[in-house]
Design a protein around this ligand. Sequence first.
Ligand code: 6PG
Length: 240
Amino acid sequence: MEVHTAIHADRAALMVGAADSLVDAAKESIAERGRWMWALSGGSTPETVYQLLAAEPYRSQINWNRVHVFWGDERCVPPEHKDSNYGMARRALLDHVPLPPENIRRIRGELSPQEAADDYIEQLRRAFGLGRMEMPVFDTVLLGLGADGHTASLFPDTEILRRTDVPVAVARVAKLDANRISLTYPAINAAREILFLVSGADKAPVVQAILSGKGEQYPAAAIRNAAWLLDAEAAAGIGS
Ligand code: 6PG
């Protein structure tokens, strides 16, 4: 498996590197296809990247009119809830850039889990003009990594890992006693570009296992052809 890694000295440098990568992705997608279909990650790591993109010098480098945003996953909470991935992106980025509201495809966490998944599938079908069994082809999927090797809401030992028939499913995460809505493996792996954004020493063992080909037990290992944006702490075990 050919793997591209970019290792930055510290978290702050990683955030800048990630913002640079996302600007490049936006420019290339818009130049080639007239739009950028970007699936955002949740969690705490990407928040600073979103804040960077919302301000100069990054804000004016992206033609926000041509940007369409989606999410890799969402918690089953209303948009104003503190845990909402949409809410975080709204506060950090979307409220500060001229992205047309109709280009925001929010996973409606306030619905019942299955209704939210069905609704999001319908939003994807409309946004990508999909046929019945077709997978969306995102230009960029931004992903985080949990210390247990999960990504999006693809957690170890959960049913959603086996869903290859749909782009979106309900993830029942027993250890969190929570439901989540997540893109499935085929929807993520169909993307033109997948970026893992990983910071911190607690992620280093999983990063090292996956990048050395010994991490097959981790859900993130089944994400193919991703680029790994790492800080030195998260990359500590690489090459050992
Ligand atoms: C979420 C993310 C999840 C996240 C990892 C890492 O909804 O929380 O999709 O996959 O990326 O849990 O989270 P941190 O960035 O907070 O470490």
